[in-house]
Write a protein that binds this ligand. Structure first.
Ligand code: AMP
Ligand code: ZN
Length: 110
């Protein structure tokens, strides 16, 4: 596998502004936030993208969505609303080839 920045962050080999972590998941602030709340929900298991998902990953993806919902509540955007976004492959705007879910909410930044 090629170098993967999100694997490195998951292993604490690269710094990040981590807001949640457990055995399977890590959540950190996007380095270029598009809104007041812009977190990346990242499974520690390396999966390239939505397109690389296998049947066995169903539970993991479900956990990502429920964790995003919990983080939205904690950040106070669950009432006003937020976006959950998967970019998929280059044509879909995916730049980092380690699956991640964007949680974007609150005031939008230019
Ligand atoms: P995507 O375009 O869906 O692959 O999103 C990748 C996101 O990761 C972008 O919004 C970047 O700003 C963000 N990003 C890239 N490197 C880092 C990093 N080291 N720490 C936090 N966020 C990052
Ligand atoms: Zn990775």
């Amino acid at each position: 596998m090629n170098y993967c920045i999100f694997c490195e962050i998951s292993n604490h080999q690269q710094p990040a502004d981590i807001v949640f972590e457990d055995e399977q998941m890590i959540v950190f602030k996007d380095i270029k936030p598009k809104a007041a709340v812009h977190f990346l929900i990242v499974p520690k298991k390396h999966i390239d993208s939505i397109e690389a998902l296998k049947e066995e990953d169903k539970e993991l993806v479900s956990q990502m969505i429920f964790l995003a919902k919990k983080m939205a509540q904690e950040q106070g955007v669950s009432q006003t609303g937020y976006k959950l976004l998967f970019n998929v492959l280059r044509g879909g705007g995916q730049l980092i080839d380690h699956i991640h879910l964007h949680l974007i909410g609150g005031e939008v930044r230019p």
